[in-house]
Design a protein around this ligand. Structure first.
Ligand code: HEC
Length: 149
């Protein structure tokens, strides 16, 4: 190996090693089950299952961290997504939303799922159970729309 190539390779390994010194905190903020979307709205079991598989890792306080969340910079990228997602929509705080917030959220939920923007592709590639077939997608969209008051 040429000296320069070797130095670059060593630097890359070094940077990667340093990144591992800054792991993400793999915890979930506390939440009251009574506030949860599924408790409040009591959707049919199939819908609840679809939402848990396809939305809850990001949009709730029930995130399951896969092993590669312990690998930086992947973990940083994921943590950033969780925080952004919960900021937009948090199913663990559903009961605390007022009627206007709920309507607004449901409209966006139907829209994002219908337009195949949610769940994010970077997510379902790693979580095949979150990949929505056209049929499942439609069921979710119909359900969200049916809840709009
Ligand atoms: C991998 C994490 C992830 C998953 C899984 C996921 N989302 Fe999101 N979601 C995000 C992020 C990040 C944002 C904020 C940035 C954006 O809009 O792309 C967001 C934004 C949203 C928004 C707000 C969009 C807007 O502009 O108003 C809605 C509504 C939403 N998601 C619904 C859902 C629903 C419903 C599911 C399940 C079918 C889902 N998401 C699954 C990460 C996720």
């Amino acid at each position: 190996m040429k000296k320069r190539t070797r130095n670059i390779a060593l630097a890359a390994v070094g940077i990667f090693a340093v990144m591992q010194l800054f792991p993400i905190e793999q915890t979930n903020p506390p939440s009251d089950p009574a506030d949860d979307f599924i408790t409040v709205e009591n959707p049919p079991e199939e819908i609840a299952g679809l939402m848990k598989n396809a939305c809850y890792d990001c949009h709730s306080h029930h995130t399951e961290y896969p092993w590669y969340a312990g690998l930086q910079p992947v973990g940083w990228f994921m943590k950033n997504h969780f925080e952004e997602a919960r900021g937009e929509l948090n199913f663990s705080k559903w009961r605390q939303y007022n009627d206007e917030d709920k309507t607004h959220a449901l409209e966006h939920m139907a829209e994002e799922v219908e337009e195949t923007k949610m769940p994010l592709m970077s997510y379902w590639i790693m979580h095949p159970e979150a990949k929505l077939s056209g049929d499942k997608r439609q069921k979710l969209v119909d359900y969200f729309k049916s809840k709009i008051k």
